[in-house]
Design a protein around this ligand. Structure first.
Ligand code: FES
Ligand code: FES
Length: 188
């Protein structure tokens, strides 16, 4: 008997269920873009190096070019199309817009999805590679520009918009906690 090479999967994307038959080798990125017309998620390198394809899977950042669609069944997937609430942009989207945190449409969706998760990871107290005190009781480290740069380092921009991106992430994080003054620090 010939081996089965495709399966029916149900993907829960931005709160909507989509059932489709996919070849087992289909990446989540290709399923989103080529099968479901969710083209907000971009294909840059297609090998896990640029972050352009970043989506959230169960709230965590995932490079969708390295995730098989069949392995994403029953997970909660959020793409850049699912961040806004109706006409109201997500605070990260608004901050990118207000502070010119983007130049092209290619890296920006991945940057924004990543930033949304970065802010939550930081608020939950997850340390990064540049966190000085990683003891759980130390709590979340200050979200310095260095912390933001490290945490966003999986998302590449080929044209150098990083300064504004750091500022936008800092502002959205400050809005989440009600803190002030982070934006000025990030701009330094
Ligand atoms: S397209 Fe997925 S990391 Fe570059
Ligand atoms: S703004 Fe998209 S690659 Fe630089």
């Amino acid at each position: 008997m010939a081996p089965t090479t495709s399966s029916s999967v149900t993907l829960n994307i931005n709160g909507e269920k989509h059932t489709l038959s996919v070849d087992h080798r289909t990446t989540l990125l290709d399923a989103l873009r080529e099968r479901l017309d969710l083209t907000g998620t971009k294909k840059g390198c297609d090998q896990g190096q640029c972050g352009a394809c970043t989506v959230l899977v169960d709230g965590r950042r995932t490079v969708s070019c390295l995730q098989l669609a069949v392995a994403a069944e029953d997970r909660e997937i959020t793409t850049v199309e699912g961040l806004a609430e109706g006409e109201r942009l997500h605070p990260v989207q608004q901050a990118f817009l207000d502070l010119d945190g983007f130049q092209c449409g290619y890296c920006t969706p991945g940057q924004i999805c990543s930033a949304v998760a970065v802010i939550e990871e930081h608020a939950a107290g997850w340390p990064s590679a540049v966190t000085d005190d990683v003891r759980p009781e130390a709590g979340p480290p200050p979200l310095t520009p260095q912390e933001i740069r490290e945490r966003m380092s999986g998302n590449l921009c080929r044209c150098g918009a990083y300064v504004s991106i750091v500022e936008a992430v800092a502002r959205a994080a400050a809005e989440r906690t009600g803190a002030t003054g982070v934006t000025e620090e990030a701009a330094a």
